[in-house]
Design a protein around this ligand. Structure first.
Ligand code: KIV
Length: 274
């Protein structure tokens, strides 16, 4: 067991507690985090679930999609996140090609739990990942599903496009969500789909749905922390809401610091040792 892994305490958000939120709420709150500082702040804010998403490659490394993320990178960041958590549930994305077969997925998920101390993994896909989710369940590894706009299928989808607008896509998403739920997933992310479809999926499965760009009818919501905090000064996706303008604040703080260093105003006497 990782030195960071802690048994869930009385206050900890467990898989059972999350499942019990459906039906009837309260809604499940999820944000991404990739380091100890933001994980600690999310935990203190009583966010229920911290997701170490494979958005990592895009928001932390400047990649244009999540395909280059590696399992080692996910574990490295998950370990840091777990160190900042006292009560929230931590779930980690298995990256692209880490679960092309059930055996590979089992090995990858095992490494995530053992080496980071996180409580669960998330996998993208529908019917095709159901056998992996079932096997993980047999091994005691909770799995979250993810259907709709699945960023790891970026090339196949032709980019980050809303899914479920055609009858074929809609049927695939509904069947995928059912298969994942039947296989034992404890929750499903619904990403980038029409509100009506998200509502239909939510009504059709007994496990909580966590929406992102899927409207208000889901059992919970997830946002990438950079979008929520306004860390990118120039851009945010249409479905996100900016609850802060940290990008602008950080830039202004860096500018003020640089000006103070240049003028000699920093450090002052109080910031110096006699
Ligand atoms: O990687 C990620 O951050 C995610 C969320 C957007 C759901 O999967």
């Amino acid at each position: 067991m990782s030195s960071q892994a802690k048994p869930p305490g009385a206050e900890s958000v467990t898989v059972a507690a999350l499942r019990a939120r459906k039906p009837g709420g309260p809604k499940i709150t999820v944000v991404t985090a990739y380091d100890v500082t933001f994980a600690r702040l999310a935990d203190r804010a009583e966010i229920d679930v911290v997701l170490v998403g494979d958005s990592l490659g895009m928001v932390m490394q400047g990649q244009s999609n999540p395909l280059p993320d590696t399992l080692d990178e996910m574990i490295y960041h998950a370990r840091a996140v777990v160190r900042g958590i006292t009560r929230a549930h931590v779930v980690v994305d298995l990256p692209f090609m880490a679960y092309a077969t059930v055996d590979e997925g089992v090995r990858a998920a095992g490494r995530v739990l053992k080496e980071s101390g996180a409580a669960a993994v998330k996998v993208e896909g529908g019917i095709e990942v159901a056998p992996l989710i079932a096997r993980l369940g047999e091994l005691g590894i909770p799995a979250m599903g993810h259907v709709g706009l699945t960023p790891q299928s970026f090339h196949q989808l032709g980019g980050f496009r809303v899914q479920g607008r055609t009858d074929a896509q809609k049927a695939k998403i509904l069947a995928g969500a059912k298969a994942i739920s039947d296989a034992g997933a404890y929750a499903i992310v619904l990403e980038g789909m029409p509100v009506s479809l998200a509502n239909e999926v939510t009504a059709s499965v007994p496990i909580p749905t966590i929406g992102i760009g899927a409207g208000p009818g889901c059992d919970g919501q997830v946002l990438v922390m950079h979008d929520l905090l306004g860390l990118d000064v120039a851009w945010s996706p249409r479905f996100a809401r900016r609850y802060a303008e940290l990008g602008r604040e950080v830039e202004a703080a860096f500018s003020r610091y640089a000006a103070d260093v240049r003028s000699g105003a920093f450090p002052a006497e109080a910031e110096s040792f006699k």
